[in-house]
Design a protein around this ligand. Structure first.
Ligand code: 13P
Length: 291
């Protein structure tokens, strides 16, 4: 992509992006890897092929760079389930609790939280808060999974990711029947009855590592279908079956090559995070980035 070179831009893309978008990216990863990468990128221009909360996180951890979001409408219905007012209410009800905030949230909500987490490190982040009361926002399924993995009771919030939530246990059972030799990997945003049927509960990049290292030759994939591209590309001798072809995040698919080119050309759709919000959100995000 000539345009990318001319603009000296770095393109970051989430594992759920369209395959042609993944192919032009400098780095493709899960939410945790992308946050880490964004914090070390030297380029002054980052084009974030993902959804708004991811681009905002990049802008927070790398304030020297301009972060462009190719389609300004690429949001996250899960992040939209919680705003500052509802978090304020929850904090009033549990004044001593620490707030663990899933990255799928706005920068303003992160700014009111103690520490962020992604699906890759949520269990570790909560383990570190062993002796404290914890409010976990906004994904209830992830919170429930973390609770059972850590044995820690937490105050949960009723947010959910619509694509992951549409995956029902009967769909997974049907896929297992069709592919009896396959291992089942699911994302922790799935409902608990689905999580209970899985061989492994993993973030998207953890699924990539798991598939590579496993002796199994076939896998049922319980997450957004965009991940299948990297799974197949990186494991040409193995087979991957979506748990449901309906597991599509419409927001992730809003980014197209044309929009990437247009936003670089016109330097359009920069993501702005106000200074005071940025400073407070940075504290919560940086705590998540320490090993
Ligand atoms: P990861 O990026 O942590 O794999 O999760 C992606 C996701 O579910 C975004 O909603």
């Amino acid at each position: 992509m000539e345009l990318k070179k001319e603009a000296k831009a770095t393109i970051l893309a989430h594992n759920y992006q369209r395959k042609e978008v993944q192919e032009v990216a400098d780095f493709v990863g899960d939410s945790l890897e992308l946050s880490r990468k964004a914090s070390t990128v030297k380029a002054k221009l980052i084009v974030f092929c993902g959804v708004r909360f991811m681009a905002e996180t990049a802008a927070v951890v790398n304030p020297k760079a301009t972060v462009l979001l190719p389609d300004p409408c690429a949001g996250c219905p899960l992040a939209d389930t919680i705003d500052e007012d509802s978090l304020s209410e929850l904090k009033k009800e549990h004044p001593r609790a620490k707030v663990v905030c899933y990255v799928n949230s706005s920068a303003a909500v992160k700014a009111m939280s103690d520490v962020c987490c992604t699906s890759a490190n949520a269990v570790d982040v909560v383990r570190r808060l062993r002796d404290e009361e914890v409010i976990f926002i906004p994904d209830e399924n992830l919170g429930r999974y973390v609770s059972s993995a850590t044995g820690k009771e937490m105050v949960l919030y009723p947010g959910f990711c619509p694509p992951h939530m549409m995956l029902k246990p009967e769909m997974v059972l049907a896929a297992k029947e069709r592919h009896p030799g396959a291992e089942t990997m699911v994302h922790p945003e799935c409902r608990s009855e689905v999580v209970d049927l899985a061989d492994a509960v993993l973030s998207t990049s953890q699924m990539l590592r798991y598939a590579k290292e496993s002796a199994a030759r076939e896998f049922i994939v319980g997450t957004e279908v965009g991940l299948i591209h990297r799974l197949e590309k990186e494991n040409p001798s193995k087979s991957f079956y979506p748990a449901s072809k309906l597991l599509v995040c419409r927001d992730m698919k809003l980014t197209t090559l044309e929009k990437v080119a247009e936003c670089i050309e016109g330097q359009k759709h920069a993501v702005e995070v106000p200074g005071d919000v940025r400073a407070r959100a940075a504290r919560a995000i940086e705590k998540m980035l320490v090993e």
